[in-house]
Design a protein around this ligand. Sequence first.
Ligand code: DX5
Ligand code: ZN
Length: 211
Amino acid sequence: MKIKIAPSILSADFSCLAAELKKVEAAGADLIHVDVMDGHFVPNITIGPVVVKYLRKSTKLPLDVHLMIEKPFKYIGAFVNAGSDMITVHIETVTLKELAAIAGGLRKSGVKLGISLNPATPLGRIKKALPLVDFVLVMSVNPGFGGQAFIPGALKKIKQLRAIFKKDIAVDGGINNFTAKLVRNAGANVLAAGSYIFGAKNTKTAINSLR
Ligand code: DX5
Ligand code: ZN
């Protein structure tokens, strides 16, 4: 499967996001991973649709919007209108009925839907959601902050998921040149990485080392 690298702007310099997007775009990134946090589902607050709207103007790359928020169904429309190309919601924040409604809406808008699960959430929780989504985002840290250590339990989850799910499997949290190899061998093909890419001296070398 094609490997896609998704730099997470959580570790970028927020005072010059347009320049940061240009930097990773020039270095060969495939997607821009945008972490949306509400201070309820996770203990941190980041950005909302207004920032996504201006990110949209600053890059040609698809915007991969990771919603770490409660009641995501209330905000999906705003993130679609802001120009998201992919939207991920957490299984911990939706019912299956809500997810089905979100899937229907996004299909009409041409936006891809992802489902994510926290490290403590068993794979069984997303089984019924799989037919509704375009990709799965496996969390390999507890969401909320960049720069945390990779939780190895994610590898077993990715392996088990790969056996039953043929579409994109993304992984998010603690990805560097070492853990990238592990998650790829387990079956993941989309790598979200924040601190490893934005903290690197040479962005292109960092992205190439993940690829
Ligand atoms: C964590 C976010 C991640 C984060 C990853 O809550 O969802 O996307 O930016 O950061 P690193 O790659 O530094 O672990
Ligand atoms: Zn993320």
